[in-house]
Design a binder for this molecule. Sequence first.
Ligand SMILES: [Zn+2]
Ligand SMILES: [Zn+2]
Length: 358
Amino acid sequence: MSKKRWQVFPGKNRFFCGGRIIMAKQINVFFVTLILLLGVCVLFFVFDCEYLSQKVHWLVPVIAGVLLAFTLLFLFRTSFSDPGILPRATGDEALFNDRGADNNVDLTQSSANFRNPPRTKDVQVNGETVKLKYCFTCKIFRPPRASHCSMCDNCIERFDHHCPWVGNCVGKRNYRYFYLMIVTITILCIYVLAFSIAHIVMLSREKENTLITAMSETPASVIEALIAFFAVWSVLGLAGFHSYLAGTNQTTNEEIKGSWAQRHGEVVRNPYTTNNCCGNFTKILCGPSYTSLLRLREDKNKEKRDMEEVKKKIEKLMFEQQNNSNSQGHWTNSQPHNGIPVDHTDLQTQLPRTPTPS
Ligand SMILES: [Zn+2]
Ligand SMILES: [Zn+2]
């Protein structure tokens, strides 16, 4: 049986569920994220929620549950989907790109005539010159904003960064879910921190205990509060940073490289920004969703077979058109093909009729 595309995929990725889930090769840190998140929430639901729902409001555990559900939904959507991987050039495409992307180059010439392609190409994006770099691994000119992730060994469209915490790259196809995950996890962290501290304080006031005695009565709340306290600074910082990036339509990669900063005394304007914070947010959060270019679950030879089929159909059509021209315009004069009469009824409506010579 012929293999599927995901089974022969050249990048350093892991696949699960028959190619439906794609992740980076290294996913250990992703499990740390999952254990921390679920661990703290389970402790909260088991040791705090009963007390809080009685003493504060029954909605406390419900809101925590909704926040956790959204966080997990956005986390899995970021971690398990194609971040926007650009397929590598194959066969003739790679040869064509490698030999300079020049229409006049004879692809059959010997390797002695081989010359390296130019490493960059300039293109205009909204009036700004943007350099396209050639990727020697993927054998393609990367589209604007794409970059090659060394961890996954793929070129990623609108590459943001490789995130070990989610076990995947963050790019064009999963950035919005990554951003929403950061926002919901920040709210969840603050929520758990606030209510676990509230539990300890209420317990100490209730029995007129010291805070230490209350803490010894509910040690799970102390563990939750400590984990949430240390996590909240990093997630809050990340949420702020990515809100700034989303508001200015920049990627982490561009921000770190200073792509739109002043270079050699020359200010390079970001050609992707709408110059309006709300407009940029809308574009990132509500813009179109992009289809994966990988077609991972397709048969690896499907494209080749499709091309051969199209070629055969064109040849057949040309042959039949030629036959019909030779038959002096008599479209019903069907020649049996391998003993089977050929029906031209469909072709009569599709092809131009050849006039009968006078
Ligand atoms: Zn690449
Ligand atoms: Zn990556």
